[in-house]
Design a protein around this ligand. Structure first.
Ligand SMILES: [Zn+2]
Length: 384
Protein backbone atom coordinates (compact mmCIF):
# COMPACT_ATOMS: atom_id res chain seq x y z
CA UNK A 1 0.00 0.00 0.00
CA UNK A 2 1.21 3.47 -0.84
CA UNK A 3 0.60 6.47 1.39
CA UNK A 4 1.39 10.17 1.17
CA UNK A 5 3.23 11.70 4.06
CA UNK A 6 4.04 15.38 4.52
CA UNK A 7 7.16 16.82 6.11
CA UNK A 8 7.05 20.46 7.13
CA UNK A 9 10.15 22.63 7.39
CA UNK A 10 10.71 26.23 8.36
CA UNK A 11 12.25 28.27 5.53
CA UNK A 12 15.08 30.74 6.10
CA UNK A 13 14.87 33.19 3.23
CA UNK A 14 16.82 36.09 1.84
CA UNK A 15 14.93 39.29 1.21
CA UNK A 16 14.78 38.61 -2.53
CA UNK A 17 13.38 35.15 -1.91
CA UNK A 18 10.70 36.54 0.40
CA UNK A 19 9.68 39.08 -2.22
CA UNK A 20 9.46 36.37 -4.86
CA UNK A 21 7.33 34.12 -2.65
CA UNK A 22 4.96 36.97 -1.86
CA UNK A 23 4.75 37.73 -5.57
CA UNK A 24 3.89 34.10 -6.23
CA UNK A 25 1.08 34.24 -3.66
CA UNK A 26 -0.28 37.23 -5.54
CA UNK A 27 0.11 35.66 -8.99
CA UNK A 28 -1.53 32.34 -8.08
CA UNK A 29 -4.39 34.29 -6.51
CA UNK A 30 -4.77 36.40 -9.64
CA UNK A 31 -4.80 33.34 -11.90
CA UNK A 32 -7.27 31.53 -9.65
CA UNK A 33 -9.69 34.44 -9.46
CA UNK A 34 -9.36 35.29 -13.15
CA UNK A 35 -10.35 31.78 -14.25
CA UNK A 36 -13.00 31.40 -11.58
CA UNK A 37 -14.64 34.46 -13.10
CA UNK A 38 -14.11 33.15 -16.64
CA UNK A 39 -15.65 29.80 -15.73
CA UNK A 40 -18.69 31.49 -14.23
CA UNK A 41 -19.19 33.71 -17.26
CA UNK A 42 -18.89 30.84 -19.70
CA UNK A 43 -21.28 28.74 -17.71
CA UNK A 44 -23.82 31.54 -17.56
CA UNK A 45 -23.63 32.24 -21.30
CA UNK A 46 -23.16 28.82 -22.88
CA UNK A 47 -23.65 26.32 -20.04
CA UNK A 48 -20.16 25.03 -20.78
CA UNK A 49 -17.35 24.11 -18.45
CA UNK A 50 -13.76 25.25 -18.79
CA UNK A 51 -11.47 22.39 -17.79
CA UNK A 52 -8.12 22.91 -16.07
CA UNK A 53 -6.43 22.03 -19.36
CA UNK A 54 -8.44 24.67 -21.23
CA UNK A 55 -7.32 27.16 -18.62
CA UNK A 56 -3.68 26.11 -18.85
CA UNK A 57 -3.79 26.48 -22.63
CA UNK A 58 -5.31 29.90 -22.22
CA UNK A 59 -2.66 30.97 -19.70
CA UNK A 60 -0.32 32.24 -22.42
CA UNK A 61 -2.85 34.96 -23.24
CA UNK A 62 -2.86 35.99 -19.62
CA UNK A 63 0.95 36.18 -19.69
CA UNK A 64 0.63 38.83 -22.41
CA UNK A 65 -1.82 40.82 -20.35
CA UNK A 66 0.15 40.45 -17.10
CA UNK A 67 3.84 40.00 -18.04
CA UNK A 68 4.89 39.79 -14.36
CA UNK A 69 3.38 36.29 -14.25
CA UNK A 70 6.57 35.15 -16.01
CA UNK A 71 8.60 36.04 -12.96
CA UNK A 72 7.09 33.31 -10.78
CA UNK A 73 7.14 29.52 -10.78
CA UNK A 74 4.94 28.51 -13.73
CA UNK A 75 4.07 25.17 -12.09
CA UNK A 76 2.44 27.01 -9.19
CA UNK A 77 0.08 28.72 -11.62
CA UNK A 78 -0.89 25.39 -13.15
CA UNK A 79 -1.40 23.85 -9.70
CA UNK A 80 -3.78 26.63 -8.72
CA UNK A 81 -5.83 25.82 -11.82
CA UNK A 82 -5.97 22.15 -10.82
CA UNK A 83 -7.17 23.30 -7.39
CA UNK A 84 -9.82 25.46 -8.98
CA UNK A 85 -11.05 22.55 -11.03
CA UNK A 86 -11.02 20.38 -7.93
CA UNK A 87 -13.17 22.73 -5.91
CA UNK A 88 -15.60 22.81 -8.85
CA UNK A 89 -15.75 19.02 -8.96
CA UNK A 90 -16.35 18.94 -5.23
CA UNK A 91 -19.10 21.49 -5.58
CA UNK A 92 -20.89 19.41 -8.22
CA UNK A 93 -20.27 15.93 -6.85
CA UNK A 94 -20.30 16.39 -3.11
CA UNK A 95 -22.51 19.50 -3.03
CA UNK A 96 -19.87 21.36 -1.08
CA UNK A 97 -19.83 25.16 -1.15
CA UNK A 98 -19.39 27.07 -4.40
CA UNK A 99 -15.72 28.03 -5.05
CA UNK A 100 -14.93 31.41 -3.53
CA UNK A 101 -12.65 34.15 -4.76
CA UNK A 102 -9.31 34.18 -3.00
CA UNK A 103 -8.37 37.17 -0.90
CA UNK A 104 -4.94 38.15 0.33
CA UNK A 105 -6.31 37.88 3.84
CA UNK A 106 -6.79 34.14 3.43
CA UNK A 107 -3.99 31.75 4.22
CA UNK A 108 -1.15 32.56 1.84
CA UNK A 109 0.28 29.50 0.15
CA UNK A 110 1.11 28.01 -3.20
CA UNK A 111 1.82 24.48 -4.32
CA UNK A 112 4.19 23.20 -6.93
CA UNK A 113 4.13 19.65 -8.26
CA UNK A 114 7.31 17.65 -8.62
CA UNK A 115 8.61 17.19 -12.18
CA UNK A 116 11.71 15.52 -13.45
CA UNK A 117 13.28 15.16 -16.88
CA UNK A 118 16.56 14.14 -18.44
CA UNK A 119 18.36 16.63 -20.65
CA UNK A 120 21.74 15.85 -22.22
CA UNK A 121 22.22 12.93 -19.85
CA UNK A 122 21.60 15.14 -16.85
CA UNK A 123 18.59 14.60 -14.64
CA UNK A 124 16.73 17.75 -13.81
CA UNK A 125 14.36 17.91 -10.82
CA UNK A 126 12.37 21.00 -9.89
CA UNK A 127 12.28 20.15 -6.15
CA UNK A 128 15.32 18.83 -4.33
CA UNK A 129 15.54 18.20 -0.61
CA UNK A 130 18.96 17.89 1.00
CA UNK A 131 18.68 16.83 4.63
CA UNK A 132 22.44 16.67 5.19
CA UNK A 133 23.09 20.29 4.24
CA UNK A 134 19.59 21.33 5.38
CA UNK A 135 18.52 22.98 2.14
CA UNK A 136 15.67 22.70 -0.30
CA UNK A 137 15.84 23.69 -3.95
CA UNK A 138 12.58 25.11 -5.26
CA UNK A 139 11.60 26.47 -8.68
CA UNK A 140 12.73 30.09 -9.19
CA UNK A 141 13.82 30.39 -5.55
CA UNK A 142 16.90 28.19 -5.98
CA UNK A 143 18.43 26.97 -2.73
CA UNK A 144 16.76 27.81 0.58
CA UNK A 145 17.97 27.00 4.07
CA UNK A 146 15.54 24.88 6.10
CA UNK A 147 15.11 23.73 9.67
CA UNK A 148 13.15 20.84 11.16
CA UNK A 149 13.44 17.08 11.85
CA UNK A 150 16.89 17.36 13.43
CA UNK A 151 17.62 13.63 13.39
CA UNK A 152 16.21 12.78 9.99
CA UNK A 153 18.97 12.09 7.46
CA UNK A 154 16.95 10.78 4.55
CA UNK A 155 13.32 10.24 3.63
CA UNK A 156 12.07 7.13 1.84
CA UNK A 157 9.97 7.44 -1.29
CA UNK A 158 9.52 10.04 -3.98
CA UNK A 159 8.46 13.68 -3.76
CA UNK A 160 4.93 14.42 -4.99
CA UNK A 161 4.73 18.15 -4.39
CA UNK A 162 5.66 20.96 -2.06
CA UNK A 163 3.58 23.75 -0.59
CA UNK A 164 5.13 27.05 0.42
CA UNK A 165 3.19 29.05 2.98
CA UNK A 166 3.35 32.15 5.13
CA UNK A 167 1.70 31.57 8.48
CA UNK A 168 0.01 34.00 10.84
CA UNK A 169 3.28 34.60 12.68
CA UNK A 170 4.81 35.85 9.39
CA UNK A 171 7.19 32.89 9.20
CA UNK A 172 7.59 30.89 6.03
CA UNK A 173 7.31 27.12 5.75
CA UNK A 174 7.50 24.42 3.14
CA UNK A 175 5.57 21.19 3.37
CA UNK A 176 6.98 18.43 1.19
CA UNK A 177 4.73 15.47 0.39
CA UNK A 178 6.38 12.10 -0.18
CA UNK A 179 4.82 8.96 -1.56
CA UNK A 180 5.91 6.07 0.60
CA UNK A 181 5.52 2.33 0.49
CA UNK A 182 3.88 0.76 3.51
CA UNK A 183 4.78 -2.75 4.60
CA UNK A 184 1.70 -4.89 3.98
CA UNK A 185 2.19 -7.58 6.59
CA UNK A 186 -0.24 -6.98 9.39
CA UNK A 187 1.41 -7.59 12.71
CA UNK A 188 0.00 -10.01 15.23
CA UNK A 189 -0.83 -7.83 18.20
CA UNK A 190 0.79 -8.71 21.48
CA UNK A 191 0.39 -5.49 23.46
CA UNK A 192 -2.85 -3.65 24.09
CA UNK A 193 -3.16 -0.33 25.92
CA UNK A 194 -6.11 1.72 27.18
CA UNK A 195 -5.91 5.51 27.27
CA UNK A 196 -7.95 7.85 29.42
CA UNK A 197 -7.88 11.42 28.09
CA UNK A 198 -7.94 13.86 30.93
CA UNK A 199 -7.82 17.41 32.10
CA UNK A 200 -4.98 17.53 34.60
CA UNK A 201 -2.95 14.99 32.69
CA UNK A 202 -3.37 14.80 28.95
CA UNK A 203 -3.12 11.03 28.71
CA UNK A 204 -3.31 8.38 31.42
CA UNK A 205 -2.43 4.85 30.27
CA UNK A 206 -3.52 1.49 31.59
CA UNK A 207 0.20 0.84 32.20
CA UNK A 208 0.00 3.52 34.88
CA UNK A 209 1.82 6.22 32.96
CA UNK A 210 0.62 9.82 33.05
CA UNK A 211 1.51 12.34 30.36
CA UNK A 212 1.42 15.75 31.97
CA UNK A 213 -0.32 18.67 30.37
CA UNK A 214 2.46 20.83 28.99
CA UNK A 215 3.55 23.46 31.50
CA UNK A 216 4.85 25.87 28.87
CA UNK A 217 1.33 26.16 27.54
CA UNK A 218 0.16 27.42 30.91
CA UNK A 219 2.94 29.99 30.89
CA UNK A 220 1.93 31.23 27.43
CA UNK A 221 -1.69 31.25 28.43
CA UNK A 222 -0.99 33.80 31.20
CA UNK A 223 0.78 36.03 28.69
CA UNK A 224 -2.08 35.75 26.24
CA UNK A 225 -4.56 36.91 28.88
CA UNK A 226 -2.32 39.87 29.69
CA UNK A 227 -2.07 40.98 26.07
CA UNK A 228 -5.78 40.50 25.52
CA UNK A 229 -6.47 42.80 28.45
CA UNK A 230 -4.08 45.40 27.05
CA UNK A 231 -5.59 45.03 23.62
CA UNK A 232 -9.05 45.85 24.87
CA UNK A 233 -7.78 49.18 26.22
CA UNK A 234 -5.91 50.24 23.08
CA UNK A 235 -7.37 52.33 20.30
CA UNK A 236 -8.31 50.15 17.35
CA UNK A 237 -6.13 50.52 14.23
CA UNK A 238 -3.47 52.41 16.22
CA UNK A 239 0.16 51.42 15.92
CA UNK A 240 0.24 49.95 19.42
CA UNK A 241 -2.92 48.00 18.79
CA UNK A 242 -1.36 46.48 15.70
CA UNK A 243 1.83 45.62 17.60
CA UNK A 244 -0.10 43.89 20.39
CA UNK A 245 -2.09 41.93 17.83
CA UNK A 246 1.12 40.74 16.19
CA UNK A 247 2.45 39.68 19.58
CA UNK A 248 -0.72 37.75 20.22
CA UNK A 249 -0.50 35.94 16.88
CA UNK A 250 3.11 34.97 17.64
CA UNK A 251 2.14 33.58 21.05
CA UNK A 252 -0.71 31.57 19.58
CA UNK A 253 1.55 30.02 17.01
CA UNK A 254 4.14 29.27 19.71
CA UNK A 255 1.48 27.43 21.70
CA UNK A 256 0.38 25.58 18.60
CA UNK A 257 3.91 24.41 17.84
CA UNK A 258 4.76 23.40 21.41
CA UNK A 259 1.50 21.51 21.66
CA UNK A 260 2.05 19.70 18.37
CA UNK A 261 5.59 18.74 19.35
CA UNK A 262 4.47 17.37 22.73
CA UNK A 263 1.63 15.40 21.20
CA UNK A 264 3.86 13.92 18.50
CA UNK A 265 6.22 12.69 21.21
CA UNK A 266 3.37 11.15 23.23
CA UNK A 267 1.64 9.42 20.31
CA UNK A 268 4.92 8.10 18.91
CA UNK A 269 5.87 6.55 22.24
CA UNK A 270 2.44 4.95 22.68
CA UNK A 271 2.39 3.46 19.19
CA UNK A 272 6.00 2.28 19.25
CA UNK A 273 5.32 0.28 22.41
CA UNK A 274 1.82 -1.07 21.69
CA UNK A 275 -0.11 -2.84 18.93
CA UNK A 276 -3.74 -2.19 19.85
CA UNK A 277 -4.67 1.21 21.20
CA UNK A 278 -8.01 1.90 22.88
CA UNK A 279 -9.30 5.39 23.66
CA UNK A 280 -12.54 7.02 24.66
CA UNK A 281 -14.72 8.72 22.09
CA UNK A 282 -14.50 12.47 22.58
CA UNK A 283 -17.70 14.35 23.21
CA UNK A 284 -17.30 16.97 20.52
CA UNK A 285 -20.63 18.70 21.10
CA UNK A 286 -19.64 19.62 24.66
CA UNK A 287 -16.35 20.97 23.45
CA UNK A 288 -17.49 23.58 21.00
CA UNK A 289 -19.34 25.48 23.68
CA UNK A 290 -16.18 26.27 25.57
CA UNK A 291 -14.80 29.77 25.46
CA UNK A 292 -11.99 29.47 27.99
CA UNK A 293 -8.55 29.56 26.43
CA UNK A 294 -7.18 26.80 28.61
CA UNK A 295 -10.16 24.59 27.94
CA UNK A 296 -10.18 25.16 24.21
CA UNK A 297 -6.46 24.39 23.98
CA UNK A 298 -7.07 21.28 26.02
CA UNK A 299 -9.91 20.16 23.75
CA UNK A 300 -7.87 20.82 20.65
CA UNK A 301 -5.05 18.77 22.18
CA UNK A 302 -7.30 15.82 22.87
CA UNK A 303 -8.72 15.68 19.37
CA UNK A 304 -5.21 16.14 17.98
CA UNK A 305 -4.07 13.12 20.03
CA UNK A 306 -6.84 10.98 18.54
CA UNK A 307 -6.11 12.32 15.04
CA UNK A 308 -2.41 11.50 15.28
CA UNK A 309 -2.98 8.09 16.84
CA UNK A 310 -5.43 7.22 14.07
CA UNK A 311 -3.10 7.99 11.18
CA UNK A 312 0.09 6.74 12.82
CA UNK A 313 -1.60 3.45 13.65
CA UNK A 314 -2.33 3.03 9.93
CA UNK A 315 1.31 3.56 8.99
CA UNK A 316 2.46 0.89 11.41
CA UNK A 317 -0.35 -1.55 10.49
CA UNK A 318 -1.55 -1.49 14.07
CA UNK A 319 -5.10 -0.79 15.23
CA UNK A 320 -7.11 1.65 17.28
CA UNK A 321 -10.52 1.26 18.91
CA UNK A 322 -12.71 3.92 20.47
CA UNK A 323 -15.13 2.88 23.15
CA UNK A 324 -18.64 4.28 23.30
CA UNK A 325 -19.15 7.77 24.74
CA UNK A 326 -21.57 6.37 27.29
CA UNK A 327 -19.24 3.67 28.54
CA UNK A 328 -18.91 4.44 32.29
CA UNK A 329 -15.12 3.96 32.44
CA UNK A 330 -14.71 5.91 35.66
CA UNK A 331 -17.50 4.16 37.55
CA UNK A 332 -16.47 0.55 37.11
CA UNK A 333 -13.96 -1.19 39.35
CA UNK A 334 -11.26 -2.58 37.06
CA UNK A 335 -10.58 -5.37 39.58
CA UNK A 336 -14.02 -6.85 40.21
CA UNK A 337 -16.24 -5.15 37.61
CA UNK A 338 -18.54 -3.62 40.23
CA UNK A 339 -20.27 -0.46 39.00
CA UNK A 340 -20.22 2.38 41.49
CA UNK A 341 -22.71 5.08 40.51
CA UNK A 342 -21.46 7.73 42.90
CA UNK A 343 -17.93 8.31 41.60
CA UNK A 344 -18.94 10.87 38.99
CA UNK A 345 -17.52 13.71 41.11
CA UNK A 346 -14.37 14.75 39.23
CA UNK A 347 -12.68 16.11 42.34
CA UNK A 348 -12.41 12.62 43.83
CA UNK A 349 -9.06 11.40 42.57
CA UNK A 350 -9.24 8.00 44.21
CA UNK A 351 -11.52 5.14 43.32
CA UNK A 352 -12.36 3.00 46.33
CA UNK A 353 -14.40 -0.04 45.43
CA UNK A 354 -17.28 -0.62 47.84
CA UNK A 355 -17.32 -4.30 46.94
CA UNK A 356 -13.71 -5.54 46.82
CA UNK A 357 -12.32 -2.50 48.73
CA UNK A 358 -9.47 -1.98 46.29
CA UNK A 359 -8.06 1.54 46.28
CA UNK A 360 -7.21 2.77 42.80
CA UNK A 361 -6.11 5.97 41.06
CA UNK A 362 -9.29 7.25 39.43
CA UNK A 363 -7.76 7.87 35.98
CA UNK A 364 -5.67 4.73 35.84
CA UNK A 365 -8.74 2.71 36.84
CA UNK A 366 -10.63 4.37 33.96
CA UNK A 367 -7.87 3.63 31.44
CA UNK A 368 -7.78 -0.02 32.55
CA UNK A 369 -11.53 -0.26 31.99
CA UNK A 370 -11.12 1.32 28.57
CA UNK A 371 -8.48 -1.28 27.75
CA UNK A 372 -10.79 -4.16 28.82
CA UNK A 373 -13.59 -2.70 26.73
CA UNK A 374 -11.15 -2.49 23.83
CA UNK A 375 -10.29 -6.17 24.15
CA UNK A 376 -14.01 -6.92 23.75
CA UNK A 377 -14.19 -4.75 20.61
CA UNK A 378 -11.06 -6.37 19.23
CA UNK A 379 -12.38 -9.90 19.86
CA UNK A 380 -15.73 -9.01 18.30
CA UNK A 381 -13.98 -7.84 15.13
CA UNK A 382 -11.73 -10.89 15.11
CA UNK A 383 -14.73 -13.24 15.28
CA UNK A 384 -16.95 -11.41 12.83
ZN1 LIG B 1 -13.93 -3.86 43.04
Amino acid sequence: MKINKAYKFRLYLSNEQKILINKTFGCTRLVYNYYLNKKQELYKKEKKNLSSYDCIKDLKNLYVEYPFLKEVDSMSLRCTLFDLDNSYQKFFKEKLGYPKYKSKYDRNSYRTNFVTNVYKNKTYENIKLDLINKTITLPKLKEVKIRGYRNLKNIQGRIINSTISREKDNKYYVSVVFEQELEENKIIPTKIIGLDLGVKDLVITSDGKKYDNNKTIKKYEKRIKKIQRKLSKKIKASNNYYKAKQKLARLYSKIKNTRKYTIHKITKEIIDNNDVIVTETLKISNMIKNHHIAKSIQDASLSEIIRQLTYKVKWKMKSIYQVDTFYPSSQICSHCDYKNEITKDLSIREYVCPKCHTQLDRDINASENIMFEGIKLYMKELLS
